[in-house]
Design a protein around this ligand. Structure first.
Ligand code: NAP
Length: 402
């Protein structure tokens, strides 16, 4: 890890409010694969936007922390404890994608980061940016924010390979104690969904919807089949809505013109067709981990794809911002990939910090650049008359458009 910058101060939380100094220290992880390409482009855009928005009165003091291949090479560890501590201490951080090392029993670094820092809500806004090519006729109808539970479900990493002692023991236990037969050559994964984690996720989704004047929160689940995990998520979601937000919400059981935020639920498979056929009916989603992962990529595809998909992992105090996509290894180091996903994750980060003018500068400049048809390969291949630019040139164009 590089040492903590001497200039700059730490972001803090007091009485439920974030307190951001004029020169906050923000840890960043470059990431693997295309991570360095998109980080190099994005950090220039972040600095230019902050300078423009605050006329030099504020600036970010960037602090590199290590994870992934760079960390392994420099420290011998994939995810050094120092990195986790730096993020915990500085409260706001941003990262590029990380490769999941294959084999050797190493769990996904992203999943580990989310679990260890208890970043329980993965927040993925999906909104159309004017000028972006899309496979659907009315992409502008898509304007959703997905709150995906981040710590449980089949993502919890509780699984054993076929033939291991643990898998055999579990199969025997299920047969002997619970009378359930599972084939001997099965791998076994466990899907825990708790009341605590479901309720805290739905709680932040409802709070977000109320604070931002949204119309509805849809609980997405597969409760018709998995009653005690997915179905329970739905039930606990309604419970938290009624018990904690009773006078501010209504459900589909109430009269359609009832005031307040509508809380509804939909079965996961039907939501995938509904976001295509009745896009405007959906607003904020609260989902279990796996459903949210699928749904956010599917929604992103309607408005330009993964190159434009930002995200954040939020806990009670720590906010960790990252692009939704992975390391796209075949494009690594080629200066071709679309960095908008990370730039828009920076937009989310600045809004989270209350630096709204900087967020607006970036968002408007990206929109102008796309309207000028100066785009990276992913959008250029879908547009007529586009000027295809490199990752670094795209950053230049965004900065010129501020
Ligand atoms: P991926 O890296 O997301 O890439 C899949 C495809 O999505 C790319 O080939 C490209 O499609 C498109 N794409 C991704 N990012 C793009 C961008 N910025 N601009 C334009 N197009 C973009 O998925 P993957 O290949 O399945 O995963 C690779 C590695 O990333 C794995 O090790 C995985 O574990 C890891 N991963 C990390 C994270 C994370 O750090 N949060 C998330 C997901 C996956 P075209 O080839 O069609 O252009």
């Amino acid at each position: 890890m590089t040492s903590v910058p001497e200039e700059g101060s730490v972001i803090q939380w007091k009485d439920g409010q974030i307190i951001v100094p004029d020169r906050p220290i923000i840890p960043y992880i470059e990431g693997d694969g295309i991570g360095p390409d998109i980080w190099r482009a994005s950090v220039r855009v972040f600095d230019a936007a902050v300078a423009k928005a605050f006329d030099g009165a504020r600036c970010v003091v960037w602090f590199e922390v290590l994870a992934g291949k760079k960390a392994k090479q420099q420290t011998g560890e994939w995810l050094p404890a120092d990195t986790l501590e730096a993020v915990r201490q500085h409260k706001v951080a941003i990262k590029g994608p990380l490769t999941t090392p294959v084999g050797g029993g190493i769990r996904s670094l992203n999943v580990t980061l989310r679990q260890v820092l208890d970043l329980y809500a993965c927040v993925r806004p999906v909104r159309y940016i004017k000028g972006t090519p899309s496979p659907v006729r009315r992409p502008e109808l898509m304007n959703v924010v997905i709150f995906r539970e981040n710590t449980e479900d089949v993502y919890a990493g509780i699984e054993w390979a076929r033939g291991t002692v643990q898998a055999k023991k579990l199969i025997e236990f299920l047969s002997r104690e619970l009378g359930r037969r599972v084939r001997d050559d099965s791998g076994i994964g466990i899907k825990p969904i708790s009341e605590t984690c479901s309720k805290r996720l739905v709680r932040v989704a409802i709070k977000y919807a109320l604070d931002n004047g949204r119309r509805s929160v849809t609980l997405v689940h597969k409760g018709n089949i998995m009653k005690f995990t997915e179905g329970a998520f739905r039930d606990w979601g309604y419970e938290v809505a009624r018990e904690e937000f009773g006078d501010q919400i209504h459900t589909e059981d109430d009269a359609p013109d009832s005031p307040g935020l509508l809380i509804k639920d939909r079965i996961a498979d039907s939501v995938f067709q509904q976001v295509l056929t009745r896009t405007a009916d959906y607003d904020v989603f609260a989902t279990t981990n796996l459903n949210g992962d699928y749904l956010s990529d599917a929604c992103a595809a309607q408005v330009g794809g993964l190159g434009l998909a930002p995200g954040a992992n939020i806990g009670d105090e720590v906010g960790f911002f990252e692009a939704t996509h992975g390391t796209a290894p075949k494009y690594a180091g080629k200066d071709v990939i679309n960095p908008s996903s990370l730039m828009l994750s920076g937009v989310m980060m600045f809004r989270h910090m209350g630096w709204t003018p900087a967020a607006d500068v970036i968002e408007n400049a990206i929109e102008r650049t796309i309207l000028e048809k100066k785009v990276t390969y992913d959008l250029a291949r879908l547009m007529e008359g586009a000027t295809q630019v490199k990752t670094s040139e795209y950053a230049d164009a965004v900065i010129a458009n501020m």
